[in-house]
Each structure stands twice: as C-alpha cells, then as structure tokens.
Ligand binder design. Sequence first.
Ligand SMILES: O=C(O)CCC(=O)C(=O)O
Length: 332
Amino acid sequence: MHLVTLDYLKRRFRRRRGRNYSLRILFRQFSFDVMSDKRQRARVQGSWAKPLPKHTAPTGTVPNNPQTRNANQTSTSWDLGQQKTSKTFEFHQPTKPSRDVPPERVIEHAGDYEISHVPSGVSRLRLLPGFLAQEEADWMFSKLLEELPWSKKTNYRQGEAYGEPRLTCWYGELPYTYANSTMDANTQWHPLLLTLREAVEQASSSRFNSLLCNLYRDCHDSIGWHSDDEASLGAKPTIASLSLGDTRVFSLRKQPPPEENGDFTYVERIRVPLSHGTLLLMEGATQDDWQHQVAKEYHDRGPRINLTFRTIHPELEGHRPGTKLRFTAKQQ
Ligand SMILES: O=C(O)CCC(=O)C(=O)O
C-alpha cells in the first residue's frame, strides 16, 4: 500500500521536472495518486477509511482484554490489529421510535362513510356517483360553462394579493367572505341552479340558501388545503358538492393533534375521485377535523365545474367578516 506524502510528491516532481511536465499534469497525477491510495485502503478495510497511522506500535488497546491481545499478536505485516482494537462499531438504538405514514384511503363507491369520531364528533361523507344521468349532466355542464358570470377572485394573505387559480361565482342573499376578500350577495340565481338546488336538498334532507361555483379550466387550476369553517357557515355545516365535467381528485387530510404543532406528516388521508354528475355531502365535524383540496394535476384535464351548496348566516357581531368559527368566543 502506498501512502501519498509530501516527500513522495517532491521525489516524483524532481524525477519528472527533467521531462518537461507541466504543473497541471503533475497536479492531475497527484489527484490520481491520492484516489488510488484511498481506493486501495478501501479495498483492504471495506470502506473509505482514515489514512493508516505512521507508527506501527499498537496504541490505545484495551488492557486485560484477551481478545484484543490475541488480535495484536496475530496481526500480519499489514498491521491492522491496531485498527481493530481502537475503532469499534457500536449500534445505538434510535431514541425516537420510527412512525409509519398511514396509507391513503380511497373512497370511490356510493355510500355513507364515517371517516372519524374525534376530536369534535363524527365526521361523515356521503358519496353519490351518477347523481345526475350522463346526458343530463352533459347538457347542464355546457349551459353553466357558457352562462354563469365566471371571474377570477383576488384574495389576500398577510397583506399580499393573489389571484385564485380558478374562476368562481357566488349566489346568495348574503355576501361570503373568505381568505380576506368578499364575494358580494347575488340573488340573480340562474334557473338551472335553482332546479339543481332543489334536487340536492331532497337528496341530502338539508336546506341551502347559497352556492359557491368553482370552474377548474384545466389541470393547472386548483383549490388549496382549507376547511369551510368560517363562522358565517355555522357549526357543523352540511356542504353539498356537485361535480360536472372532467374527473378531479378531491383529497382530505385529518387535522393533526395539538402536539404535532401543525405537522401533517402522519395524519390520515382520503382520496375521492369526483366524476361527472357525482354528488358528495360533507357532514358533522368534517369541517372541524379535516381539511380538503383539489390539487393541480400533472396530466391534461378538461374543464370541471363544482357547485358547493351551503347555508350562510349573518356575520357575527364584533367579528371581522370571514373569521373562522374557532376564533369566535361563542361556539355551539
Ligand atoms: O372543487 C371541489 O370539489 C372543492 C371545492 C371546495 O373545496 C370549496 O369550494 O370549498
């Protein structure tokens, strides 16, 4: 085994100076020598290792350890005995037990699903694929795409304005404030929306006085993680979401417990593909204990309309419009 030392380099340089070697070539040779020395040591020792010590006399051995003494006595001219005794590998048990990320649950068949029972009570989803027949849904989709007053809403986060990555419009006798921006009251319901509201009310046994319409123009449009938990929506609201157009994935993630400090790494997740004509009801504690989103996609998607029927109440006195229910003093 060859160790690269300053003496060695000087000797090599002197030998080659006469042969008109440039400094660059010598430096390249130096790097090569260093690497081959490292490789050689690695082959012998099984991994990249520190250079061998110059002194061959064993130091730092554990006295009265018969195993160590034997190792030293039997060491060959490689003299690895010293290394064996001074460097030992110790396994340390990790102090934190490793945790598994729960597998994502997929809900795609018609049915009622109790997705959690704590901390705020039962959270429930009801999925009704084919709530609208295909032909009916096709016709409604083109009419709403063409005739609703779609526009891009501007929201505010820490005083910074940003445009929503989708188009929206709002219907209801009251305005709706979220993300620090207000959609004005609009009582000019499109007749088709009134028909749909009736059908959704019958299926859900709930009443709705307002509607937020979302238009995802393509795969780049989305809605980020949020809960529909403004005080104006009341406690434990039922929200009915009707989808038309291309299928998009509706994802839910459970709110982490307080000790996770807002870290969602280990929370439960659910994925619900929402296809043309599907009705999804979110009920009970879903808005308290879960967040939802429709993420951007990496493959082409055609346009999709989502109609979310809600019941809006007047804003609570003494609170800024759009305040989240958990930040109001009085919770039901
Ligand atoms: O497009 C969807 O399915 C979800 C819409 C939504 O989350 C919302 O309007 O709050």
